[in-house]
Design a protein around this ligand. Structure first.
Ligand SMILES: [Zn+2]
Length: 136
């Protein structure tokens, strides 16, 4: 029997976290395009970093986001422009901080590691400040 090696690439299913079923009507063509773009950039980043990471929070439909403690009402997770990756040891956050030109090249912005202990938040649009690394 041939067993396929486990894919190291994050897939749309990882990003939607099954929410594309219950919240299907909210998942517009635009949001699907955003999700593909987010994954493309983040998969490139992980490849460059030589790391594997699981999605700890991907798409958050607006109704669901409203129930997440501390989640901003304008969160980019709602529009599929942001992703949280598990980062228990902080190694990915640290790699990002040490490789900001790579984030710039890929068009990614990072929430400051001090505000994301245990995970890494990346987004494909600049925050209001325009800073590559920003405070939530
Ligand atoms: Zn996030």
């Amino acid at each position: 029997m041939i067993t396929k090696p486990r894919s190291t690439v994050l897939k749309l299913a990882d990003y939607y976290m099954g929410r594309d079923v219950e919240y299907r009507s909210e998942l517009s063509r635009e949001l699907r395009a955003n999700a593909r773009d987010t994954l493309r950039r983040v998969n490139r980043l992980l490849k460059r970093a030589g790391m594997m990471r699981k999605v700890s929070s991907g798409w958050r439909p607006a109704a669901l986001n409203a129930t997440v403690p501390g989640a901003a009402s304008g969160s980019k997770h709602i529009s599929c422009l942001a992703i949280d990756l598990e980062d228990r040891d902080g190694a990915l956050d640290a790699w990002c901080m040490a490789n900001l030109p790579v984030l710039e090249e890929l068009g990614l912005w990072l929430e400051h590691p001090d505000a994301t202990r245990g995970w890494c938040h990346l987004q494909t649009r600049p925050p209001r400040s325009g800073n590559r690394v920003f405070e939530p």
